[in-house]
Design a protein around this ligand. Structure first.
Ligand SMILES: Cc1cc2nc3c(=O)[nH]c(=O)nc-3n(C[C@H](O)[C@H](O)[C@H](O)COP(=O)(O)OP(=O)(O)OC[C@H]3O[C@@H](n4cnc5c(N)ncnc54)[C@H](O)[C@@H]3O)c2cc1C
Length: 458
């Protein structure tokens, strides 16, 4: 069955001629990994689009984190399927600049229509016309569709519970670059996900006194029985989980130093004082919750559970992977966990800085359309929002656990772009011209669903 060619321009979602504004079929907001992935799929299908980026391609990788950041996943896994990361071995961990260079090179490889330095200030639905008005710092564009690819980590979240009279220098992990940037003295790092654990380790290695406030976390083994944990999550089907468990918590992993398991016993042995969750101060002392042992135990249980699932998988599939019984022996708890500090006078302890590694929130105030639920969260199914023509990419758990990772957003982008293409083909469809000779014999024009079916069985 013939497939109708995709139109170059014009569809129900094409904005049509606008008096003065530039017009395109799709505007992608953000040129991180998600925006670049969407651009690659749109380019493959010949769908006109523009990528608007307020900073630079992959700017969050290049400038949004600390200097020594490397990818958390090995290069064989954390990349787009179409291109390897130059100069990085498959089992190595790319530096942040290698990642940013990679996305820039990938975007150039297919001529992604990226405009940098263009900030999208609002997106609104047009009145009595299809599509959307995209207002930017450089003028207005009309677009049939808008893909919001502005990232999972937009606005740093800093609990304002400790006054600057008590600890004068307080920054979010988004503003941390290196130990030299901080004033002399000890540091309290709050949060022990990947960012907090890695920053605490770096500060301790630089000679600082460090307290690390450890909340609930998962901590998978970096590798087990000769395979990286990303492989185990893959073969065990865990990347495909479609929603977080009710008790889902942050994950502490590290690709630093060639990749290693985040082990709080090792951090304590290196001289880091572990403490429970940070609470509001009382009488000039910072308080810590009585949850450190519980948090460490739950993280240990998470690690051991994965080892057991891995062993069961090896057994069930008759694999020949080297045994690693020592990985199941975690060793005694350090003193700071068995007898935890519950409060600290920061002046006495010499703590001059707090780094809040407490995560990020999303900000879609610029997206003024009907694509949010009552709580203000994006309302979507696999990135296809409740407002026709508006799409999301790069959100955690957009379609599954892998969604905020490079390879995961590639697949989500494929689905979103396929949705755009399908709607476009509906718009383009018109009944075949009726003539006497062809009325009874002309084939039924391909419907979009047929096109999809043919695509999926190729
Ligand atoms: C320690 C650490 C290690 C990590 N390691 C890995 C890893 O190994 N593998 C992996 O896959 N992921 C990793 N990540 C996650 C990864 O950094 C993010 O998930 C990724 O940056 C998200 O990509 P994105 O394109 O969805 O969003 P972003 O990279 O955040 O891109 C969004 C873009 O949108 C732009 N933007 C925002 N608002 C506007 C606007 N109004 N107008 C125009 N442009 C706008 C921003 O400037 C930005 O460039 C890691 C994260 C951390 C903290």
């Amino acid at each position: 069955m013939p497939i109708p060619p995709a139109p170059a321009t014009g569809s129900v979602d094409s904005p049509g001629p606008a008096a003065s504004a530039e017009s395109t079929e799709v505007v992608i907001v953000g040129a991180g990994q998600s925006g670049i992935a969407a651009s690659a799929h749109l380019t493959r299908l010949g769908i006109p689009h523009i990528v608007l980026e307020k900073a630079d391609v992959a700017d969050r990788w290049r400038h949004g984190r600390w200097d020594s950041l490397v990818a958390n996943g090995p290069a064989w896994h954390d990349r787009f399927p179409d291109m390897e990361i130059p100069g990085v071995g498959p089992d190595e961990f790319a530096t942040k600049d290698q990642m940013a260079d990679y996305f820039g090179a990938f975007a150039r490889s297919f001529g992604a229509p990226v405009r940098t330095g263009v900030e999208v200030r609002s997106v609104t639905r047009r009145e009595s016309a299809p599509g959307f008005l995209v207002e930017t710092n450089q003028g207005t564009i009309t677009a049939g569709n808008v893909i919001a690819a502005t990232g999972p980590f937009q606005v740093p979240v800093t609990p304002r519970i400790i006054s600057e009279d008590l600890v004068p220098h307080q920054i979010h992990s988004a503003a941390y670059r290196n130990p030299e940037q901080l004033p002399e003295g000890g540091v309290l790092v709050v949060g022990a996900g990947s960012s907090g654990a890695q920053i605490a380790e770096e500060l301790r290695a630089s000679g600082r006194q460090v307290h690390l406030s450890v909340g609930p976390h998962d901590r998978p083994p970096r590798s087990y029985r000769g395979r990286d944990f990303v492989w185990w999550l893959g073969v065990l089907g865990k990347w495909d989980a479609t929603a977080p468990d009710s008790d889902h918590v942050t994950i502490a992993v590290s690709g630093a130093r060639g990749g290693h398991t985040v082990d709080f016993r090792e951090l304590a042995a290196a001289g880091i004082t572990l403490v429970g969750r940070t609470e509001a101060p009382q009488d000039g002392t910072i308080r810590f919750a009585d949850d450190l042992q519980r948090n460490i135990a739950a993280g240990d249980a998470n690690l051991l559970e994965l080892l057991e699932e891995a062993d069961a998988y090896v057994e069930a599939n008759g694999l020949d992977l080297p045994e690693e019984p020592e990985a199941h022996h975690l060793g005694p708890l350090p003193a700071s966990v068995s007898d935890p500090v519950r409060s600290i006078d920061p002046h006495e302890a010499g703590i001059t800085t707090i780094i809040w590694a407490t995560g990020y929130a999303q900000d879609f105030t610029w997206l003024q359309v009907d694509a949010f639920d009552a709580a203000g969260r994006p309302a979507h199914l696999r990135g296809v929002s409740t407002e026709a023509g508006i799409y999301f990419l790069g959100l955690p758990w957009l379609s599954r656990r892998g969604s905020s990772f490079i390879w995961g957003t590639w697949h989500d982008a494929m689905h979103v772009v396929d949705h755009i293409d399908t709607r476009r083909r509906y718009a383009q469809y018109a009944p075949a011209p009726q003539t006497l000779s062809s009325t009874s014999t002309s084939p039924t024009p391909s419907a979009p669903a047929q096109h999809l079916l043919e695509e999926s069985i190729r």
